[in-house]
Write a protein that binds this ligand. Sequence first.
Ligand code: IMP
Ligand code: MG
Length: 205
Amino acid sequence: MEGRVVLSELEDTVRVPSVDTQADARERDIERILISEQEIADKLRELGEQITRDYQGREPLLIGVLKGAFMLMADLSRHIRLPVEVDFMAVASYGAATKTSGVVRILKDLDHDLEGRDVLLVEDIVDSGLTLNYLLKNLRGRRPASLEVCALLKKTGIQRVHLDVKYVGFEIPPDFVVGYGLDFAERFRNVPYVGLLRPEAYRDL
Ligand code: IMP
Ligand code: MG
């Protein structure tokens, strides 16, 4: 029928604001979205498929680094079509809120024995790389059959140590980001995308 717009067609072309995309109280301090929910979802599907292919016939152990990787672990693991086991480790790096010192304290250790396992470490972000470097050394000492890393984000060109990160979601500029597990002073972890903070937010908190 000419001139008549079918609602389902309209929904395809016009982005109808949903509860998810409306600004809400948790988003007050976010200046802009760097990586959208959809971009993250698409990337995790792709990484999940790649990991599924690479680990065919094996049963990897996914190790999430808390707290930053909690959301990534939940979403990524659903795209890995293999029998996997999941474990978590909690670490804290000494240092100021937005800078790492490279000295890592293990707050919660693993439940699993790593000997002979195919271990995939799931990390939120590789910044200086010092935390990851420490963790890899620590885990390698437990004699896994293999040890690889999947990080959602990697800041470009600022790693202070050489690291092989096999699976990287997004390379980003070396700015401080929040959301999708990442915090500033423990806030913003539940923001469903990765965003940049308003500079004032650092001062206010
Ligand atoms: P790294 O040791 O410098 O690589 O970073 C250690 C940890 O600092 C990461 O696992 C994050 O938890 C945190 N971190 C680094 N950069 C950011 C950021 O831009 N936003 C939020 N947390 C970050
Ligand atoms: Mg943090």
